[in-house]
Design a protein around this ligand. Structure first.
Ligand code: PHE
Length: 359
């Protein structure tokens, strides 16, 4: 006959094993102790299996004592397990703490190149007036770069040492020396009236120094419509100048020559360093404008009727104006960048410095 003391002794043994496992901080050990003390091979279960041989009355009594013992074991076990899991969680929370104030080195972020930023800004000025943005290839047909723009076959500019022709010579291809070939492309591919700007790279076999790059940027403009004149050109470029440099900017048109415009001019900006003073006061020489008082910004003029005719446009009905402004110079003036080489040396610190201001 099983006595209750024995059951209570088993419960005590189980409780000791459970708290041992808890003290050791081991959920595995707790699971083993649970199997050993409440599983089917445990002494209490074995005792349960002998119940069949008892009288009805004893079976009921001992059966319920065993049940009570099992319940006690389970409740001790549940307490130990709860505390162990809570401790585990606590340890994990500490282990996986993230210090949000830690100073970590993120991958450095790039920056929009100042020239790209400014080109977008310049285009925006024209898009706001309803103009369109056009593009042309940098490897260009000689015909579009020169012939169509009214450069005669023997025009010196064509063979001047600064044009970079592409091999083989019989293909008559070159790296465009200006963005003006896009004028012809626009006239040939669009219907009139045409109002386009075309920013991009141009190539000349120039020196590489603080004020010259063999690759630089222009923004070409072409407007062809009925009744356009030099006055529209001046108004448009003055608007661009104010958008770029502020309302206090001073501009002037200086007569010049281009085969594809007639009359032609260059637009100058009053020197942003000496404000013109160096031109009249020999005691104040200025390096930026070479004491001229003015700085050349770009070429412009009324589109030569010969160019319109080359594009199949009736020059008796339509007229237009065109310009090609230096983008690199514009950034230099706007941002006091004094060395053009900084623009091509791919140092992101330079781009970051100018990013906010150039856009
Ligand atoms: N293409 C000329 C240059 O590179 C500039 C220009 C453009 C002049 C359009 C007149 C009209 O110097």
């Amino acid at each position: 006959m099983v006595d209750n003391d024995k059951i209570e002794a088993l419960v005590t043994q189980a409780a000791v094993a459970f708290s041992q496992a808890e003290a050791n901080g081991s959920l595995d050990e707790l699971a083993q102790a649970r199997a050993a003390h409440t599983g089917k091979d445990s002494p209490l279960r074995a005792m349960q299996r002998t119940l069949g041989g008892l009288s009805n009355e004893d079976r009921r009594l001992v059966g319920s004592q065993i049940q009570t013992g099992l319940k006690q074991m389970e409740s001790v076990l549940a307490g130990a397990e709860d505390r162990l899991r809570a401790r585990d969680l606590q340890a994990r929370l500490v282990r996986e703490t993230v210090d949000v104030t830690a100073d970590i080195q993120l991958h450095p972020v790039g920056a929009v190149h100042p020239l790209t930023g400014l080109i977008h800004r310049m285009c925006d000025v024209f898009v706001a007036m309803g103009w369109q943005v056009a593009e042309g290839p940098e490897a260009e047909a000689e015909w579009l770069n020169f012939d169509a723009l009214n450069f005669t076959a023997d025009h010196p500019a064509r063979f001047m040492s600064d044009t970079l022709f592409l091999d083989p010579p019989e293909n008559h291809r070159l790296l465009r020396t200006h963005t003006s070939p896009v004028q012809m492309r626009a006239l040939l591919s669009r219907s009139l009236p045409v109002y386009v700007v075309a920013p991009g790279k141009v190539y000349r076999a120039d020196e590489y120094d603080a004020t010259h790059l063999p690759v630089f940027h222009q923004i070409e403009g072409l407007a062809v419509d009925k009744g356009l004149s030099m006055a529209d050109l001046k108004g448009t470029l003055d608007h661009l100048a104010r958008a770029m440099f502020g309302s206090q900017v001073r501009t002037r048109l200086r007569p010049h020559y281009f085969p594809f415009t007639e009359p032609s001019a260059e637009m100058d900006l009053l020197c942003f360093v000496c404000h013109g003073a160096s031109a009249t006061d020999p005691s104040k020489p200025c390096r930026t404008c070479k004491s001229q008082g003015w700085i050349e910004w770009g070429g412009c003029g009324v589109v030569n009727p010969a160019v319109l005719r080359a594009a199949g446009v009736d020059s008796n009905v339509y007229s237009g104006f065109a310009f090609g402004m230096g983008v690199d110079r514009t950034v230099m003036f706007r941002n006091n960048a004094s060395d053009l080489r900084d623009f091509v040396e791919a140092d992101v610190r330079f781009s970051r410095q100018l990013e906010g201001v150039a856009r």
